[in-house]
Design a protein around this ligand. Structure first.
Ligand SMILES: Nc1ncnc2c1ncn2[C@@H]1O[C@H](COP(=O)(O)OP(=O)(O)OP(=O)(O)O)[C@@H](O)[C@H]1O
Length: 343
C-alpha cells in the first residue's frame, strides 16, 4: 500500500551537502502497523515526511495505493494528502482554538457542511475518549489528552494511512501505553495502516507488526518484529533490543563458567510454545542436567515470548541429542558455546 523506491534526500546546509536518506526501499502492507526506529539524526523524521510529501525526495518514488506521489501537481497532491493523517510529538494544535475546533479544522478545509462537521466531530470525540472536553483549549489539557485531539484531527477526513512522528515521545510511560492502545484500536477497528517513527523499542514491541531500523540515512535491517527482536543482526538493532530486554551483552561472557567448558545455549520460545513444558520433557528424557543462567519472559504485541540461556552438563554427544530434540519440538536453539568432552 505504501511503497518507497530508491529514496534519496539531500539537504544543502552551510557546511555542504547532508544526505539524510540514502537509497531507501520500503513497502508497508495495508492494515499493518509499521515501525521505523533509529537514533537521533538517523533520518526518521525526513523519512516519514517523505511519505506524505511534506519533504520532497531529491530522487526516488513514493507510491500510495499505486499513486505516484512524487509525480503529482500541487492540487492533486493536496487531495491525496487528505487520505494520509499525521500526528506529531508536540501535537501541533491551534492554541487559540477549542478541542472541537481543532478537530473540525481539516473538515472545514475540505469544505464539509456545518452539520456534517458537527456530527463528525462528535463521533471523533467519542472515539478518542474526550467526551466533556469539547470546549476546552489545548492549554487546559494533559499531554495525553492533547495527543487524543491530534489523533481525532488526523482521522477527521477518514484517511487510509496514519503517520505518527514520535507520537508518544513527550508522554510519561502510563500515558504512552494508553495512547499506544488507542492507536492499536484505531488500526484494528478502522483498518487504518499506521506508520510510526520512534527511538523507543518499547513502542515497536507494543504495537508494531513489522519494523525497519534506520541508521545514517540507510535501512540496516527490516522484518517482522518477532524476528528482528529475537534475532537482531545489525549492531544498531542489537542496541535497541537491549533497551527493552535489559540484556547487557548478547555475546555472553560468563566468566565463572568459562573455567568449566560446558555447553551454553540460548532457547527462544514464542507464541503457544511458551506454554508447553518442552524444556522439562526434553531434559528429563535425555537426562541432561542444566543450569539457567539468564531468562526473560515478555510480550511482542499480543504474543508471549521468552528467552533462556542454559548451561548443559554432559558429553557433547548427550548435550547434542538434547539440542536436536529441542529443535525437533520447534524451539529456536542457538548454541552460544560448544562444551568440551573433558567437562
Ligand atoms: N532542513 C534541513 N536542512 C539541513 N539538514 C537537515 C534538515 N533536516 C534534517 N537535516 C539533517 O538530516 C539528517 C536526518 O535528520 P532527521 O531529522 O530526519 O533525523 P531524525 O532521525 O528524525 O532525528 P531526531 O530524532 O533527532 O529528530 C540529520 O543529519 C539532520 O541534521
Amino acid at each position: 500500500m505504501i511503497e518507497l523506491q530508491q529514496i534519496v534526500k539531500e539537504y544543502s546546509s552551510g557546511r555542504g551537502k547532508v544526505t539524510a536518506l540514502n537509497d531507501i526501499n520500503l513497502s508497508v502492507n495495508k492494515g499493518e502497523v509499521f515501525g521505523i526506529i533509529g537514533h537521533s539524526g538517523a533520518g526518521k523524521s525526513t523519512l516519514i515526511r517523505t511519505i506524505n510529501m511534506l519533504e520532497r525526495p531529491s530522487s526516488g518514488k513514493v507510491f500510495i495505493d499505486g499513486v505516484d506521489m512524487t509525480g503529482l501537481a500541487s492540487r492533486r497532491l493536496q487531495e491525496e494528502r487528505r487520505t494520509i493523517g499525521m500526528i506529531f510529538q508536540h501535537f501541533n494544535l491551534l492554541s487559540s482554538a477549542t478541542v472541537a475546533e481543532n478537530i473540525a479544522f481539516p473538515l472545514r478545509l475540505a469544505k464539509r457542511s456545518k452539520a456534517a462537521v458537527a456530527s463528525r466531530v462528535a463521533e471523533l470525540i467519542g472515539l478518542v475518549g474526550l467526551d466533556g472536553h469539547e470546549n476546552k483549549y489545548p492549554a487546559q489539557l494533559s499531554g495525553g489528552q492533547k495527543q487524543r485531539v491530534g489523533i481525532a484531527r488526523a482521522l477527521a477526513t477518514n484517511p487510509k494511512v496514519l503517520l505518527c512522528d514520535e507520537a508518544t515521545s513527550a508522554l510519561d510511560p502510563q500515558t504512552t501505553s494508553a495512547i499506544l492502545a488507542l492507536l492499536l484500536r484505531i488500526n484494528r477497528e478502522l483498518n487504518i495502516t499506521i506508520v510510526l517513527i520512534t527511538h523507543e523499542m518499547q513502542v515497536i514491541r507494543s504495537i508494531c507488526d513489522r519494523v525497519a531500523v534506520i541508521d545514517g540515512g540507510k535501512i540496516v535491517e527490516t522484518g517482522p518484529v518477532s524476528e528482528v527482536f529475537l534475532k537482531p543482526q545489525h549492531p544498531t538493532t542489537r542496541e535497541f533490543v537491549e533497551q527493552v530486554s535489559g540484556e547487557a551483552d548478547r555475546s555472553v561472557s560468563f566468566t565463572e563458567e568459562a573455567r568449566q567448558p560446558q555447553t551454553l545455549i540460548r532457547i527462544t520460545f514464542i507464541g503457544a510454545q511458551a506454554y508447553e513444558p518442552v524444556l522439562y520433557e526434553t531434559m528429563r528424557d535425555t537426562n541432561v542436567p542444566f543450569v539457567i543462567l539468564q531468562g526473560t519472559v515478555s510480550r511482542l504485541k499480543h504474543t508471549p515470548y521468552g528467552q533462556l540461556v542454559l548451561e548443559l552438563h554432559g558429553s557433547q554427544a548427550i548435550t547434542g541429542q538434547a539440542i536436536e530434540r529441542l529443535r525437533s519440538r520447534g524451539l529456536d536453539v542457538e548454541v552460544i558455546r560448544h562444551g568440551s568432552d573433558r567437562a
